[in-house]
Structures are given as structure tokens and as C-alpha cells.
Design a protein around this ligand. Structure first.
Ligand SMILES: CC(C)(COP(=O)(O)OP(=O)(O)OC[C@H]1O[C@@H](n2cnc3c(N)ncnc32)[C@H](O)[C@@H]1OP(=O)(O)O)[C@@H](O)C(=O)NCCC(=O)NCCS
Length: 325
């Protein structure tokens, strides 16, 4: 069973279906081809093999900008009560929500008791009309004189679309992006320890595209963390020898901190080190960054030694963690 958007070329099959699916009622004039020409992306068809077994013609109201309208829907008699009608409606609801249409309206003929039951089961309420027949409210002369209808309305509850996170290996074409993330992310560290281009040119807050290009040539693998395709942070791994990998330039942009994203990157780098059969993962941090030391300890890093380097205006603490294989 395949469900897809409706196309103008589906029109003959839909018309054919309408001559039989509604019993004795000939409703073929209700779906002119222009609905398919103009509302294809809010209409759906369902096929079993090549056979049309269901369709829904819907559109977004021009006058009521928060509403979607289901003009017609039908399911082949042999396929009823198997969830096809409700699937088509759900697809239309989803489409409405994507476009902030939170109200769906529809109507049916008062004689169509199956449709009334179906709409009620889908959570529609019946709008009060000018008459009531057998307990059902009726809108008199809805489309034209004598064309009475039952009107349905449903309010959709906006659903929070789940965030999609991805950690992907960066390529040379990501150089500028990596440079930008690293520069911005290390800015606050530079401010805190008064590191400038003059007193500490090698600090990541001064990162350039050239550094990253050289890293790639040296064999550093960079990974980018994104949420819904928006970059949040990055980190690199370099295999120093058979046993040891370095975790390098790990960072999360300031506005995305405190949400566990740094941890996601660290875990990913551990996995990469595992894949490289390394025994240890090693990092170097500014010795006075005590809170960072504590943060890395959560991932199994242990302080090994603190060293001074002539080219750096701060001491560096080396931390190492076992990579469990
Ligand atoms: C109305 C119609 C589209 C429903 O399609 P469907 O695929 O059979 O509907 P579903 O299987 O998704 O049914 C969902 C629920 O609606 C209710 N329902 C649907 N048809 C029903 C019936 N004949 N009797 C009682 N309840 C019914 C049930 O609660 C059902 O859930 P359940 O099967 O788990 O009990 C279908 O009967 C049809 O094509 N009818 C002719 C065309 C028509 O009247 N269209 C109406 C809009 S213009």
C-alpha cells in the first residue's frame, strides 16, 4: 500500500471511483480536475499495487488562514475499516500542522451516517446548524438551495517536532564552518585568561582556515554536531601513535552550552578512538581551568601531569582516559 500526494493524472481514477464508492449517489461533479491541479500537495491518494483504493482532496483555506478543509475523501468498499480513511486524515492533519493550520473543517451529507460516525471517531465535533434531524445538527442550504450538510470541525493540538541531532565527520569543505565555531567558542576562554593574538597566537580563539586545512593534512578527523542542521559544536581526534589519540579543539558555541552537547561530542570521540583501536585518549587543558578538569573527569579522564611551554602564557594539564575496547 502506497500513499502519496495527488497528481492531475489521478483524476480519471478518482472520477471512476466516485461512480461506485458512494453507492447510488453520483457525486462526480464535486471533484473537478482543478482541485488536483491546484491542491495536489494537500491531497493524497492510496494505491494497492496499481489500484486506487483511497483518496483525500483537501486544501488550505484562503479566507481563514488557520484552517484546512477536507473537501472529499473515499475508500474502496473492499478496503474499508482497515484504517485507510483515518491514515489519509492523519496525513492531512500533519500537513496542516506543518503550516500552522490548527483547525480542520469538513462536511458530509446528512444521509451519510458512516461518514458522520467516521468523523466523530476522528475527533471532529458537529457544528450547530439551523435544524436538527435524528439528533444531528444540519446546516440548511449550505452550498445551494436544498443542499443540506453536516459540518465538522476539529482543533489540532500542535505537536512539538522532535529535534534531530547528528554528528557527522567534517570534510575540507567544512573548513570555514569549523574555523568559525572554534574561534567563537574559545572567545570567552581568551577573555577570562587575557589571551590575545600577541601573547598567545596559538590559542584556538585565533583559529584560521589555514590551521584547519593543516590539521586535515596532518590526519586530524573533525566531527560536527548539528541540531536540525544547525551547527552546535565540533571536536577533533588525532592518532598520535598506535595506542594514543588526542582529543582536540572540542567546543560548543556559547549559546548552546549546558545542554549536554559537549558530552555528546566527547562520547563520539571515544567511539572513534575505539574504532581506531587506541588504548588511551589524551587532552591538554589550561591548568587553571579547574571546572573543565572536573567536567572531563566525568568521562573517565585523569590528571596526569602539568607542564609549562615557552610559547604559552599558561600551564597545561594533560589528562588521559582509558578507551575501553
Ligand atoms: C468514511 C470512509 C472514508 C471511512 O474510511 P475507512 O478506511 O473505512 O475508515 P477507517 O478504517 O480509518 O475507520 C476509522 C474509524 O471510523 C469509524 N468507522 C468507519 N467506518 C465505520 C462504519 N461503517 N461503521 C461504524 N464506524 C465506522 C470506526 O470508529 C473506525 O475505527 P475502527 O475500525 O477501529 O472501529 C469510508 O467509509 C468511505 O469511503 N465511505 C464512502 C465515502 C464517504 O462517505 N466519504 C465521506 C467523506 S466525503
Amino acid at each position: 500500500m502506497i500513499i502519496r500526494h495527488a497528481l492531475p493524472s489521478d483524476h480519471p481514477d478518482i472520477i471512476m471511483a466516485m461512480t461506485t464508492w458512494w453507492g447510488d449517489r453520483d457525486l462526480t461533479t464535486s471533484v473537478p480536475r482543478l482541485f488536483l491541479n491546484h491542491f495536489g500537495n494537500t491531497s493524497f491518494v492510496v494505491h494497492d499495487q496499481d489500484r486506487l483504493i483511497g483518496f483525500l482532496i483537501g486544501f488550505f483555506s484562503q479566507s481563514m488562514i488557520n484552517q484546512g478543509y477536507i473537501h472529499f475523501a473515499g475508500v474502496h468498499p473492499d478496503y474499508r475499516r482497515s484504517g485507510i480513511g483515518s491514515t489519509l486524515y492523519e496525513r492531512f492533519f500533519q500537513k496542516c500542522l506543518e503550516e500552522n493550520r490548527t483547525i480542520v473543517q469538513s462536511c458530509t451529507s446528512p444521509v451519510n451516517t458512516t461518514s458522520i460516525t467516521f468523523h466523530r471517531s476522528m475527533g471532529f465535533t458537529l457544528l450547530e446548524g439551523q435544524a436538527v434531524e435524528d439528533g444531528i445538527p444540519i446546516w440548511l442550504d449550505y452550498n445551494r438551495e436544498g443542499d443540506h450538510k453536516v459540518l465538522f470541525k476539529k482543533e489540532l493540538l500542535p505537536v512539538r517536532i522532535q529535534d534531530t541531532f547528528e554528528i557527522r565527520q567534517a570534510t575540507v569543505s567544512d573548513t570555514r564552518l569549523l574555523t568559525g565555531i572554534i574561534k567563537k567558542s574559545y572567545q570567552d576562554v581568551a577573555m577570562r585568561f587575557k589571551l590575545t593574538r600577541e601573547n598567545c597566537p596559538k590559542h584556538p580563539s585565533n583559529c584560521t582556515d589555514e590551521w584547519i586545512e593543516k590539521d586535515f593534512i596532518r590526519g586530524v578527523s573533525y566531527y560536527l554536531l548539528t541540531r536540525n542542521d544547525t551547527p552546535l559544536g565540533c571536536g577533533g581526534i588525532e592518532q598520535a601513535d598506535k595506542d594514543i589519540c588526542y582529543l582536540e579543539r572540542l567546543c560548543v558555541l556559547p549559546q548552546y552550552r549546558g545542554k549536554g552537547y559537549g558530552g555528546m561530542l566527547v562520547e563520539h570521540i571515544f567511539n572513534r578512538a575505539r574504532a581506531l583501536n587506541a588504548r588511551m585518549l589524551s587532552i591538554g587543558i589550561i591548568a587553571r581551568q579547574e571546572e573543565l578538569k572536573t567536567w572531563y573527569e566525568k568521562f573517565g579522564f585523569v590528571e596526569e601531569q602539568t607542564k609549562s611551554f615557552t610559547h604559552l602564557p599558561f600551564d597545561v594539564t594533560i589528562m588521559k582516559a582509558l578507551v575501553n575496547t
